[in-house]
Design a protein around this ligand. Sequence first.
Ligand code: NAD
Length: 366
Amino acid sequence: MKIGILKELQKGENRVSLSPFITKKLIEKGFEIFVEKNAGKNSLYKDEDFIEAGAKITSREKVFETAQVLIKINPFNEEDLKLVHKRHILMSQLFHKSSPKLIKAISEKGATAFSMDAMPRISRAQDMDVLSSQNNLAGYKAVILGAYKMTKIFPLMMTAAGTITPSKVLIYGVGVAGLQAIATAKRLGAVVEATDIRTETKEQTESLGAKFISVENNNEESEGGYAKEASEDYVKRQKEAVNKSLFEADLVITTANIPGKKAPTLITKEQVDQMKNGAVIIDIAADQGGNCELSVLNDTIIHNGVKVVGTSISLLSVSTNASELYAKNIYNFIIHLTEDLNFKWDLEEEITNETLIVQDGVQRKK
Ligand code: NAD
């Protein structure tokens, strides 16, 4: 089976979907790997590293021409689709619930597409779960970026010249990214608080030594471990519960998402007006519409002395580690889907069924 690795062309993206280490492992299993020239450059993988692992380096066009399976991290786009054929099997994140046009375009090509972000959140799929592997690293990087943007340090520091009090960090959304952000901020010595619409996250927050901010009478439901859109009443009560901490915070990290929907607006301009001069907001959900009303993707807005940094999982990626982990997820997925170098197409099996979005031009999932 011929597998093609495409360079990620999205602005600010430094990752690549396969590492030389995993390339070697796939080749040992009998797969042939074709890598677009310079695909790994921004993850510090040289073309020579891939060649040493047994892959062939070629042009983008040739990768499309030669490979049957095409692998990326970011969704295939219009330019990519010009080169996609019926025989291609695409593997990338597709965010199919919020990208109906893309899914229609893939279907019209008669191609087949698996979406890595549609991986079911079940134990046996954990080693193929790219949302977890990537969000975890982004949660770490969000804190580091915040620390860099702040004019204060995180820990309590007693010096001869006086005592520096610890910074206060507030985290919205205690999913994979939020949990890692809590752990990282705690390790750096900050006083950390967090909130989430899912009540089960209270225990997870506290187990990391942070304080959980509960919203009174929270009857909001979740589905398969994911949050649903909050009611207006909840949003109001959340503000009442969180505002005191928000107005005192030195760093706020927002990670709240609802699959297939715009990210919820949790911090309005009026709230930012009441925040401390010099506070920093790192909004990881800026590519999904943002958790802060003022966020602009890939930009920093200064409002009332507060820096609002609009970013995303992709922009925060720590490219070498993120590529390594994405590649391991892809390896486990390919091994899971194939037998003797052929796809099994076992649609009764949950992982295959959930991730296979388009099959031979037929859209299976909305
Ligand atoms: P996500 O990126 O979809 O959302 C991040 C967080 O934002 C979630 O915790 C969500 O509850 C929260 N949120 C949404 N709306 C909010 C609001 N209005 N106010 C406050 N918070 C809000 O989440 P994720 O990181 O992908 O994790 C989703 C779930 O999947 C979690 O339960 C996680 O533990 C679970 N998970 C399971 C596995 C597995 O079993 N294999 C792997 C990874 C994650």
